[in-house]
Design a protein. Structure first.
Length: 378
């Protein structure tokens, strides 16, 4: 029996990308799944908790003392020494393949299996734009990628643009594995008298969700916006609720269960995402909601980011504004006729079979299975 180890510094019950990785192997009778994470998914064979006990303030101080003078090899060695007890437990199972998620997890997941795949997700060195991140952590993120990527068997990331950034940094060109959901067998719903717009997702302040609310000031009464917002910064949510209360055409609803988002938003007309890029990851953003809108068979109204616009234009599933402002998006939405709306929804219906996890995961699974069958180490 082969053994696959999945590592992620996250709650696997809520981390959909990693949870789908686990499901790829969970149905095989010849593969044992071990997860090493903050919380279990409920579908693995063995779960080992990632509970590193260390004073957070002391850890931050040590990080600063090592990372500011850029003594990165010492920081790497310290990371590799973490979780010794858990690593001893993992090694008892002799994993054949480790799938390590995010650059943060590479150091303490390195060397636990015969073969290693890294799913870098997004571009970690460009995760934040603050001066503290750039001073202390950015260089170490780059060092980790440059050190480990050439030493692992395969690297994946969420889009072509980020794959190219990592290629320039490390000389290793990751393969693209987009954040697509499972296929949903739905059909487009005809629009009625009113045009119903929907947005769903987190409430981070750097997403500037208020811009989507302000956009509604430039649309007639027949247009309405419903926001399904996942709890986060309560002060920010209260601010958004205050904006919504003063507008008849805006409603903030309770978040939908993650496994119901696609089906429950199928009755809407337009999936909206107005994003103001503040860092590299936002510049090249290709979030799961883009593909969820498509599975919901909606017309998409999306900011003109490079990767998002590519999906919208290649599959002809919606519109991107020439000006990435509330006014610019409202003007673009006003230009969508009922015939356009029906056509974009029909194109989403056709695109749904291609932009789904069942199709997207084939390359990842083929590479993983090939590594499991190979006896030689890299």
């Amino acid at each position: 029996m082969k053994c696959v180890l999945v590592i992620s510094n996250s709650d696997l019950s809520r981390d959909h990308r990693v949870r789908r990785q686990i499901k790829l192997f969970a149905d095989s009778e010849n593969i044992r799944i071990i997860t090493f994470a903050l919380k279990e998914s409920g579908i693995e064979d063995v779960f080992i908790p990632m509970n590193f006990r260390f004073n957070a303030r002391v850890q931050k101080l040590l990080s600063a003392l090592i990372l500011i003078p850029r003594i990165y090899w010492v920081a790497r060695k310290l990371d590799e020494c973490k979780y010794r007890k858990q690593k001893r437990e993992i090694r008892k199972f002799k994993p054949d393949l480790a799938i390590i998620n995010d650059i943060d997890s590479i150091s303490f997941g390195w060397g636990l299996a015969e073969k290693t795949i890294v799913d870098a997700h997004e571009y970690s060195p460009g995760q934040y734009s603050s001066w503290k991140f750039r001073l202390i952590f950015k260089g170490f993120m780059e060092y980790r990628a440059m050190y480990y990527f050439p030493r692992v068997n395969e690297v994946f990331t969420v889009c072509d643009s980020i794959a190219e950034l990592y290629n320039k940094l490390t000389g290793v060109h990751p393969q693209t594995f987009r954040n697509v959901p499972y296929f949903h067998n739905l059909t487009p719903v005809d629009c009625g008298e009113g045009i119903r717009i929907v947005h769903h997702g987190g409430t981070n302040r750097n997403r500037y969700i208020e811009r989507m609310i302000l956009m509604m000031d430039h649309l007639p009464e027949r247009y309405s916006l419903t926001l399904f917002l996942v709890s986060g910064d309560m002060g920010y949510i209260e601010y958004l609720q205050g904006l919504a209360r003063t507008r008849k055409n805006v409603e903030i609803s309770e978040p939908l269960p993650s496994d119901q988002v696609i089906r429950d938003t199928n009755t809407f007309d337009i999936g909206l995402y107005l994003l103001e890029p503040e860092n590299i990851n936002q510049k090249y953003a290709l979030p799961n909601k883009v593909f969820e809108f498509i599975q919901s068979r909606l017309c998409l109204a999306i900011s003109p980011g490079i990767e998002m616009a590519r999906i919208v234009n290649d599959y002809k599933v919606g519109v991107t504004p020439s000006e990435n402002t509330p006014e610019g998006m409202a003007h673009t939405i006003l230009g969508i006729s009922n015939d356009d709306l029906a056509r974009y929804k029909a194109n989403s219906h056709r695109a749904a079979e291609d932009l789904c996890y069942e199709h997207e995961s084939l390359n990842f699974l083929a590479i993983a299975n090939n590594l499991l069958q190979r006896d030689n180490k890299k």
